[in-house]
Design a protein around this ligand. Structure first.
Ligand SMILES: [Zn+2]
Length: 298
């Protein structure tokens, strides 16, 4: 039986919560406890019931949501005070050498951005690509070139409320380490492009996170490169992780304690960061609620 953070709340209470705590906690997808059918619409209603104030909509296997449904879900989220973000499909490689792959990658992001526009969901989180033997600088140039095309298409369609967010990737073979995603964000500006910091991925591909000061180094770096506005636009992924010398294998529940979440929550509170913490643990809402409760206590 789940212990609820808040047994039922309305939008006013939700706004009061955000004013006090500044952070939303989200499951990465439709909560398991959602009554059948487990749709995005029902998932949003379930988040409201559970007392979670955000949800990341997982379009990881492709965007199949039609305009009507997206608008319906967006209206429910607005009514319930649930803030939405989107995880774009996995099949993206913006630094590929193959034109067909680039066109498909742009399509996946644009379809996500369109859904984001109708859902009023932002940012659109995506894994930027793979090195495939190329240097970081070359991947950076290629990715920027593709993102420029995507942004200009978004502008044409007036999807201006949607932010594109490259995620810190978990495998060493994947373009998108901390420096690279922050660089992309710096290039386009935080209004259009915020980084998604996945702490488990950093732990797996870069260096183990153990103490609050390990987390602080990441935040200090982001603030130095992106300015103080970074602290008002935090989007991050939290979970445990199983990894090898090549990086990420799979995500684990928070209880695995690797990396530890308590020092992170304490630091987030001390610094008063605002934004959304998405829980990517396989236990979804159970661990999202655990994070939220721990954060309140921190
Ligand atoms: Zn991801």
């Amino acid at each position: 039986m789940l212990k609820l953070g808040f047994a039922g709340f309305n939008k006013k209470q939700r706004n009061a919560y955000f004013a006090k705590h500044k952070l939303n906690f989200a499951p990465a997808g439709i909560p398991f406890s959602t009554p059948s059918p487990a749709s995005t619409y029902n998932g949003i209603a379930q988040c409201a019931k559970l007392g979670l104030f955000a949800m990341e909509v997982e379009f990881v296997h492709g965007v199949r949501m039609k305009e009507d449904m997206a608008k319906k879900c967006g209206a429910l989220a607005k009514e319930k005070g649930i803030s939405l973000s989107i995880h774009a499909p996995y099949y993206i490689n913006l630094c590929s050498d193959e034109d067909a792959k680039l066109a498909n990658s742009r399509r996946h992001i644009l379809e996500s951005a369109q859904a984001g526009h109708f859902l009023n969901a932002s940012p659109i989180v995506f894994h930027p690509g793979f090195y495939q033997g190329r240097a970081s600088e070359e991947c950076m140039k290629k990715t920027i070139f593709q993102m420029e095309k995507i942004f200009s298409e978004m502008q044409k369609n007036k999807w201006n409320n949607v932010n594109l967010s490259p995620e810190l990737t978990g495998k060493k073979s994947a373009f998108g380490n901390l420096e690279e995603i922050v660089s992309l964000s710096h290039h386009f500006g935080l209004k259009k492009c915020i980084p998604t910091i996945d702490f488990a991925h950093f732990h797996a591909r870069t260096s183990p996170l153990k103490t609050a000061s390990d987390y602080a180094k990441i935040f200090d770096y982001c603030e130095k490169k992106l300015g103080s506005a970074f602290a008002k636009n935090l989007h991050c992924h939290v979970s445990g992780i199983n990894f090898s010398e090549k990086g990420e294998r799979n995500h684990l529940p928070l209880s695995s304690n690797s990396p530890p979440y308590k020092p992170l929550l304490k630091l987030l509170k001390e610094r008063g960061y605002a934004g959304t913490v998405v829980c990517e643990s396989p236990l979804l809402e159970k661990d999202a609620l655990l994070l939220q409760k721990e954060f309140e206590k921190a």
